[in-house]
Design a protein around this ligand. Structure first.
Ligand code: ZN
Ligand code: ZN
Length: 175
C-alpha cells in the first residue's frame, strides 16, 4: 500500500471546505487525491465510471492507485458531494452535480449525459395532483445511442465496443 508520509500528517489545506460525513457528522481531512478525483469529476461531462476516473487521475498523478480512487469515491459519496448513477448498462457511474436533473444514456457504450435544461422538468406537484401520492422525487432517463455509437452503427461497425474515437479502419460506406 502507498502510505503517505510527507503530506500525510493531517494538516488541513487552507481555503478548502470542510468535509463532513453525512451519516456521522465527522469532519474529514482533505487530501490531494480526493480533491483531484472531485476536480476530474467536475470536468467530465460523461458521468465516468470509477475505472475511467482512475485512468484520468493517473494521467495527472501517476502515483495514484486504483484503490485510492475507488476509496475516495466512496468517501465523496458519503460526504454528499457526489452520487452514484446506475442506469442504462447497469454499471455504476458518478455525478457531482447534486441538483435535480434528467439524464440521457447510450445503450451501447453506457455514457450518460445531462439532458439540456431546455427540456422542461415535470413538477412533483403535478404528479401528486394526478396520482394522489405524496411525491418526494422523480427521475427521468432517456435512452438511445450516443452520436459516436450511432455513427459506428451506420458504418456497420458497432458490435465490438463503443470506445469513442475508434473510427479508423472504415470500409466503404454502405447503407
Ligand atoms: Zn455510445
Ligand atoms: Zn448528471
Amino acid at each position: 500500500m502507498n502510505r503517505p508520509t510527507a503530506n500525510g500528517r493531517g494538516r488541513t489545506r487552507q481555503g478548502g471546505e470542510p468535509w463532513i460525513m453525512k451519516e456521522t457528522g465527522k469532519r474529514l481531512k482533505t487530501s490531494r487525491q480526493r480533491e483531484l478525483v472531485l476536480e476530474l469529476l467536475r470536468r467530465s461531462d460523461d458521468h465516468p465510471t470509477a475505472e475511467l476516473l482512475f485512468l484520468r487521475a493517473r494521467e495527472r498523478m501517476p502515483s495514484i492507485s486504483r484503490g485510492t480512487v475507488y476509496r475516495n469515491l466512496k468517501i465523496l459519496k458519503k460526504a454528499g458531494r457526489i452520487r452514484e448513477l446506475v442506469i442504462g448498462t447497469g454499471v455504476v457511474r458518478y455525478d457531482c452535480d447534486m441538483r435535480e436533473h434528467y439524464h440521457i444514456t447510450c445503450e451501447r457504450c453506457g455514457r450518460i449525459d445531462n439532458l439540456p435544461h431546455v427540456i422542461p422538468r415535470i413538477s412533483c406537484g403535478d404528479i401528486a395532483a394526478c396520482t394522489g401520492y405524496q411525491v418526494y422525487s422523480h427521475r427521468l432517463t432517456v435512452s438511445g445511442l450516443c452520436p459516436v455509437c450511432f455513427q459506428q452503427t451506420c458504418r456497420g461497425h458497432g458490435e465490438e465496443d463503443g470506445a469513442a474515437g475508434d473510427d479508423h479502419d472504415i470500409p466503404e460506406k454502405r447503407l
